[in-house]
Design a protein around this ligand. Structure first.
Ligand code: BEZ
Length: 392
């Protein structure tokens, strides 16, 4: 049995050890969550990346700057929407910065490289835009979710509307990469199911904007309708060129909503009256959307768009996961399960995630009026991506 003085010395040593350990444990549990934002800050999608970041940060700010009591620390990489740099770029966040969660990106080709890296390194990934079907298809995984859409979804819903309007012969035009090809595929699936026929697909390399030869071909073929997928700076130029070529009055132009989202000011009169489908409409008159748009406008002195909504909802999904584990991001299984089970109270309307981790959501028919994409109707209710090839 230790003598009293030895016992006192041991007790003192234990107390000192506890004092040393306690702040270390506290610091660990209170350390910020490291969020790696991999988004375009340059190039044709730069404005889209900016809006996603603003939306994400707005939600965090509305929660007092913390999610589930944890501070958020941001690490940023400009991915330039360049798939050839994507693996190096994502590794900066995963290996150099050691982030807890990746949030990115806009471009489908870049996002595919991010999903591969996230799987190989078992890093949590929330995709706030890129629609690459494979991410919630063959590449699906428990650590990957999307707050946006699959490319198939807006393509399909626009095909439904175009067929309902009675158009029979369609031409499509897009950039030749995953987002363009898959959106057109979704359009064709619904349009041909509805009795129409796609008579010709036109495309050009991303992010090329020399549309003239293709517009001449549309004028020569005179289809009943044109379906287009372009976004960001490319969408601005395409819509203006379509109008300048005299086609706006001659051949109705339809598109997934990216054709006119975040672009209306720059497109001016050329975009007015264009109808598109998307999972968001600026004018959705719900308390949730009105509060979001007000908060966004007050914070950033600009109007929100679909990209801001997707960024905001990416933060909501992360928040739902963290709340379920009381901020302990190490409890990965419980965290990802809660993220996937969340009902997200989005400005677009409430939505849930499919088993593959993709939003099951209403697709709206919208019409460009002034600087808003105004709600016209629900084009397809609760549209779920088929998640072809996803095995969990
Ligand atoms: C994409 O590459 O997936 C994409 C880019 C911009 C808007 C929508 C989709």
């Amino acid at each position: 049995m230790p003598c009293p003085s030895r016992r006192a010395a041991l007790a003192h040593a234990a107390a000192v050890a506890a004092l040393v350990a306690a702040p270390a444990a506290f610091a660990q549990s209170a350390a910020p969550i490291k969020v790696g934002l991999m988004l375009p800050a340059t190039g044709t999608f730069a404005a889209l990346g900016d809006m996603i970041e603003k939306g994400f940060k707005l939600y965090v700010q509305e929660q007092g700057g913390k999610l589930a009591g944890r501070e958020i620390q941001y690490f940023k990489v400009d991915d330039e929407s360049d798939p050839s740099k994507a693996t190096d770029n994502v590794n900066k966040l995963i290996k150099r910065d050691n982030v807890d969660v990746l949030v990115g990106t806009v471009h489908s080709g870049v996002a595919l490289a991010m999903a591969k890296a996230a799987k190989e390194n078992n890093t949590l990934l929330i995709v706030p835009n890129a629609g690459a079907d494979a991410i919630t298809g063959p590449m699906c995984g428990p650590n990957i979710v999307r707050s946006s859409f699959s490319n198939w979804q807006p393509g399909y819903s626009t095909g439904v509307v175009a067929a309902q309007k009675g158009y029979k012969r369609a031409m499509t035009i897009t950039w030749n990469y995953a987002a363009g090809q898959e959106t057109v595929k979704g359009f064709r699936e619904a349009f041909e199911k509805g009795g129409g026929q796609v008579v010709k697909d036109l495309n050009l390399p991303f992010p090329n904007v020399e549309f003239q030869a293709l517009l001449t071909e549309i004028a020569a073929q005179k289809p009943d309708v044109v379906f287009a997928f372009f976004a960001g700076g490319g969408a601005v130029k395409f819509v203006k060129d379509y109008d300048a070529a005299g086609l706006k009055k001659a051949v109705p132009l339809f598109g997934s909503g990216f054709l006119t989202d975040g672009t209306l000011e720059a497109q001016g009169p050329s975009a007015q009256g264009l109808q598109t489908t998307l999972h968001y409409a600026d004018s959705l008159d719900t308390p949730r959307n009105n509060a979001f748009r007000k908060s966004f406008a007050l914070t950033y002195k600009q109007n929100a768009d679909v990209y801001a909504v997707q960024g905001y909802d990416a933060a909501q999904i992360l928040g739902a996961g963290l709340a379920a584990v009381k901020g302990d991001i190490g409890k990965r299984d419980a965290l990802t399960a809660a993220m996937r089970k969340a009902t997200v109270d989005s400005p677009r309307g409430k939505f849930t995630l499919s088993a593959a981790g993709n939003p099951v959501q209403d697709m709206y028919l919208r019409e460009a009026k002034g600087v808003n994409n105004e709600y016209r109707a629900v084009a397809v209710k609760a549209l779920a991506d088929p998640a072809r090839g996803c095995k969990l």
